[in-house]
Design a protein around this ligand. Structure first.
Ligand code: PMP
Length: 325
């Protein structure tokens, strides 16, 4: 059985890893990290910029501004540079250094909300800063991924139909939840076109997106300190919450087999593994999970032993872990 598969007419976003062959988890992982800008957020970025252009909100001299934990910022940096707009990203200290460096290399300006987390959390502080910039200068255009329907529409138009083309007999789809753009775009498409497919949202312990209590989280991209405005739970069949140490352990298990994925992929795979195992690893079930990005942007965090031990404790990776040597 091949470990990696792609349809004959290959798009980089159509690459799947067979986790049954890699880790014995009956799951195909859709690798969105092979998008040109390195993550799933490329689709939302392009859809939001094009929608703003069509609505006449953007013109030469406009300055794009957005709050991002990293990946949307990198995608917008690429798109803004290619279209000749300036781009200002407002992020916080949980954003990877690598993502910040990428944005700056692409000509973007990066504002970082520093530790300690402000009252009301980083997200509120980032948004307040974006609002202030927009009030001060009329050239600033905020795409606002948290409420923008073009965010989920990108996944309704491209991500879900792409999965359906590759897996027409799909039974269950696992999607991580940040803004819930990916989740809601896929969920809306499937409920409309293939309502029998179960949509399972995967989130971090400490995220309040699905009404659970808040607690500190360190993995960027996934999880939310406020209820996402785009989320409509009527479209979601199940929710799985994953503790961050399990996220990190799953990333290291995958890396140990040669697959270096981003932090939130560890969350989604760990949640999917638990959901499938609790149902006895249903034989013959066709399941796909979406991997938002690859691991190079996380070398100083998820894949750095000192960082992992400092944040989650000495025993997080276990004594036999090769990176302890
Ligand atoms: N994982 C990573 C690494 C991300 O950058 C994002 C986007 N914030 C997500 C998951 C969640 O995607 P969405 O915003 O579409 O819910």
């Amino acid at each position: 059985m091949p470990t990696i598969s792609a349809p004959q007419e290959f798009n980089e976003e159509d690459l799947y890893v067979d986790l049954d062959a890699v880790l014995g988890i009956p799951l195909h992982l859709k690798c969105e990290g092979f998008n040109f800008t390195g993550s799933v957020k490329q689709k939302a970025a392009l859809e939001m910029v094009e929608a703003a252009e069509e609505a006449g909100r953007l013109s030469p001299g406009s300055v794009l501004v957005e709050s991002s934990s990293g990946n949307l910022g990198v995608a917008l940096s690429v798109i803004a540079a290619s279209k000749g707009y300036r781009f200002v990203c407002v992020t916080d200290s949980r954003c990877n250094l690598a993502s910040k460096r990428l944005m700056e290399a692409l000509g973007a300006t990066v504002h970082t909300i520093a530790e300690p987390a402000p009252e009301g959390g980083f997200l509120g502080a980032r948004i307040a800063y974006v609002r202030k910039l927009c009030e001060e200068d009329a050239r600033y255009v905020w795409l606002n991924q948290y409420v923008n329907p073009a965010n989920w529409r990108a996944h309704y138009r491209y991500t879900a139909p792409g999965i359906h083309r590759s897996y027409p007999e799909l039974d269950v789809l696992f999607v991580g939840a940040g803004t819930t753009g990916t989740l809601m775009g896929c969920a809306r498409w499937y409920k409309e076109h293939r309502p029998g497919v179960r949509i399972v949202a995967v989130d971090s312990v400490g995220s309040v997106a699905f009404g659970h209590p808040p607690s500190p989280r360190m993995i960027p991209g996934l999880g939310s300190g406020v209820r996402p405005a785009l989320l409509d739970e009527d479209f979601i069949d199940d929710v799985v919450l994953v503790p961050e140490p399990d996220t990190v352990r799953m990333c290291h298990r995958l890396a140990g087999r040669g697959f270096l994925f981003g932090g939130s992929t560890g969350t989604v795979v760990s949640g999917a593994d638990r959901w499938l195992a609790e149902r006895g690893g249903p034989a013959g079930l066709s399941s796909v999970a979406i991997s938002p990005d690859m691991g190079e942007r996380y070398l100083d965090t998820v894949y750095h032993t000192n960082w992992v031990q400092g944040v989650y404790g000495e025993d997080t990776l276990g004594p036999a872990h090769p990176s302890h040597e």
